[in-house]
Design a binder for this molecule. Structure first.
Ligand code: PLP
Length: 403
């Protein structure tokens, strides 16, 4: 793509994003601005529902909603039958964990950059079901220490490896293919948290060979809040038994309460769902499927480098950048300043960043005694002007001695 084609594409993506001209939105790892196609899909559904009834609208929109599976499969590189809908990444994570054939004494290995909500589910499983938890060290860069991982997998009988593709508080991208190969050698299942990476870094499950993966709608995918999903390899899905199946996946077959699990729908779904969210998430997956994943990654990483270059020279700012291999998440500290106050002040100036506290990655952040960070997360629709506005707003905040 030539330089002019690239800038034309960025302009088009901005034109298709109503919020992009109103705010400098650098909180895409929190919740991205949706494209018009997602907004239109949701609004059309809500209008229809209000006019003809919820069940009737769902029937009328069935084929748009089904695109959740077709485009989900397209962007992930799997079969539509291997995709399921959930309310969030956390919802998908728990449903998969509790449904896998794990029992008392089963060992789950996980990286120390794990998201707090995911860790709570593992801890709950340890307390409730007697799972053994085995943390995997991080290297200095914040990526998973592959040699420690290999040792743990060789030494013990790990049943499940639960890892972050891209942690919440750093844009480090862990190498899925290499990790899945190590896990396959040790004959353990691999579950990947791709909550921050879908729509950000390219994923191709045909190559990466993992068994399960979870994602959320609202982050880099640019879908609605309250939506998420998962991939489960077909042969793994056949062995999972949902904790508390509902009528979407099981049927009571006789008055003695015999039941039968259906095989024609994704195993972990529930019957009731936000249909406007469902069609919106389908529209977001379709939108993503029309873009080139390598281009997205290159665009986001180059913007992240601009962010680092713009923030580092400002006195009073400490940027944490640990490796050139990081994606669109850049975190920084303003020593001596209240980071929530700083976030609010930037927001008042029309620049959205997030405060990422220790619960984003409790083990890593508590071990390193990190109080939290201001997190900037760029998407492909951000521009060099957005980055300049961020730097000006941060400098402006620091210049105010009263804060
Ligand atoms: C790495 C990571 N995993 C999981 C989650 C949870 O996603 P959700 O809020 O959609 O459940 C988050 C949310 O910030 C996250 O950053």
């Amino acid at each position: 793509m030539s330089e002019s084609e690239r800038s034309h594409l960025v302009q088009q993506l901005r034109d298709e994003t109503p919020g992009a001209s109103r705010v400098v939105h650098l909180n895409n790892a929190g919740c991205s601005l949706p494209p018009q196609a997602v907004i239109d899909a949701q609004v059309a559904y809500i209008q229809e529902e209000s006019l003809i009834g919820g069940y009737e609208a769902a029937d009328r929109f069935a084929s748009s909603a089904d695109e959740f599976y077709t485009y989900g499969a397209k962007v992930l590189g799997c079969a539509p039958e291997e995709i399921g809908l959930c309310q969030s990444a956390t919802d998908a994570w728990r449903k998969i964990l509790y449904a896998l054939p794990l029992h008392e004494g089963s060992t789950i290995a996980f990286d120390e950059s794990i998201y707090g909500g995911n860790l709570l589910a593992l801890t709950d499983g340890r307390n409730r079901f007697g799972w053994q938890l085995q943390p995997i060290d991080l290297s200095e860069s914040g990526a998973i220490d592959l040699s420690h991982l290999a040792r743990v997998l060789q030494e013990g009988s790990v049943d499940l490896l639960a890892i972050s593709h891209m942690p919440a508080q750093s844009g480090v991208r862990n190498p899925l293919g290499e990790i899945a190969q190590l896990a396959a050698k040790a004959r353990c299942l691999t579950l990947v948290d791709a909550c921050q990476s879908l729509g950000h870094a390219p994923i191709d499950l045909r190559k990466e060979g993992v068994d399960g993966l979870i994602f959320t709608g609202r982050k880099y995918l640019r879908g609605p809040r309250g939506t998420g999903g998962y991939f489960l390899r077909a042969d793994v899905a056949a062995d999972v038994v949902p904790l508390g199946p509902d009528i979407r996946v099981a049927e009571i077959t006789d008055c003695d309460l015999g039941w039968q699990m259906r095989s024609d729908v994704p195993r972990l779904e529930h019957w009731e769902r936000s249909w406007s969210g469902f069609v919106g998430a389908a529209a977001a997956l379709k939108y993503l499927s029309n873009l080139d994943g390598d281009w997205i990654w290159a665009r986001i990483t180059s913007l992240a480098h601009l962010v680092v270059g713009a923030l580092e020279p400002i006195r009073g700012v400490e940027v944490r950048r640990r490796t050139a291999e990081e994606g669109g998440i850049v975190v920084f500290d303003l020593p001596g300043r209240d980071l929530i106050d700083a976030r609010d002040r930037l927001r008042a100036l029309g620049v959205n960043v997030m405060f990422a506290g220790p619960q984003n990655a409790p083990i890593e952040m508590l071990r390193r005694s990190e109080r939290g960070w201001l997190r900037v997360s760029v998407h492909y629709y951000n521009t060099a002007e957005d980055v300049a506005r961020l730097a000006a707003a941060v400098a402006d905040y620091l210049a105010d001695e009263t804060r």
